[in-house]
Design a protein around this ligand. Structure first.
Ligand SMILES: C[S@@+](CC[C@H](N)C(=O)[O-])C[C@H]1O[C@@H](n2cnc3c(N)ncnc32)[C@H](O)[C@@H]1O
Length: 259
């Protein structure tokens, strides 16, 4: 298991360094929230693992958030419950203590994926619901032309859908989650129709994969994008995306119920 950072970050990204400003760019998107709510069904008590600042927690009547990073816990709005400081791999809750378990944009960061998934399965009586990205589709996004190492990093970090469903066992379903053109949750693909947004350093910082690329290389990537936006080359190749209401990208929702 990887060592925890100064702020308690327990995954591969250091939110003590990149966490500030996360909520300015990563606001839960209502349309994605509805997909999660649908998957949770009538669950009343839900544990949210890797809860961060609380995105998507409004989908359940009673949520217990778990979050190892102090800088992420500090960004939780006052109307949400404070998060328990713990890690996915070792949840301090009894077996079957919750109706359901959820996690969003987090499994790719855990140091021991299997242990974390088994813990989610152990503490939930009902569905385990995971919003994540399918690594097989990450490089299909146009950003790969500009920032190949960023998306290679993403593709390497995200566990395969098959591995997740195998560890969770039971009966699993996987659905692609359409990404709206005006998605309020600023992960990389959320900007598929608004490429200019990725010129903003804050937007990139809120997507942890950028933090694994040398800053000078990251700058080169951004300059390439800026140049193509200014010359119209980006629009020539991808401009139709500006009018496309949804992207069928790498975002997926996995739902597993016990056998
Ligand atoms: C990209 S953020 C997502 C936060 C939130 N779920 C959201 O959708 O905005 C990833 C979160 O996973 C947390 N995390 C990383 N490793 C973890 C672990 N081993 N156990 C629990 N949470 C972890 C990070 O601290 C961070 O808050």
């Amino acid at each position: 298991m990887s060592a925890r950072r100064t702020d308690g970050s327990a995954g591969d990204a250091d939110y003590g360094t990149i966490g500030a400003g996360y909520t300015d760019y990563r606001r839960p998107d209502d349309r994605i929230a509805r997909v999660i709510a649908d998957a949770l069904g009538d669950a009343r008590t839900v544990i949210n693992v890797g809860a961060g600042a609380g995105s998507y927690e409004s989908v359940a009547p009673s949520v217990t958030p778990v979050e190892p990073s102090a800088s992420m816990r500090a960004q939780r709005p006052a109307h949400l419950p404070p998060a328990v400081e713990a890690m996915a791999e070792d949840l301090p809750f009894p077996d079957d203590g919750f109706d359901a378990a959820m996690t969003t944009f987090s499994v790719h960061q855990w140091s021991d994926l299997k242990a974390g998934l088994r813990e989610m399965r152990r503490v939930a009586r009902g569905p385990v619901v995971i919003l994540t990205c399918d690594p097989d589709r990450v490089r299909d996004f146009w950003l790969y032309e500009y920032a190949p190492l960023v998306l290679d990093t993403e593709a390497r970090r995200y566990p395969s859908v098959g591995e997740i469903t195998e560890v969770l066992g039971g009966e699993a379903s996987v659905r692609r989650v359409p990404i709206p053109a005006d998605c309020t949750d600023g992960f990389n693909e959320a900007y598929y129709a608004r490429p200019e947004r990725l010129l903003d350093p804050g937007a990139r910082q809120a997507c942890s994969a950028w933090s694994f690329v040398e800053p000078a290389l990251g700058e080169q990537y951004v300059e390439r994008l800026r140049t193509d936006l200014e010359s119209g080359a980006w629009d020539e190749r991808h401009g139709a995306l500006r009018r496309q209401p949804y992207l069928d990208g790498s975002l997926v929702l996995i739902r597993a119920i016990p056998a």
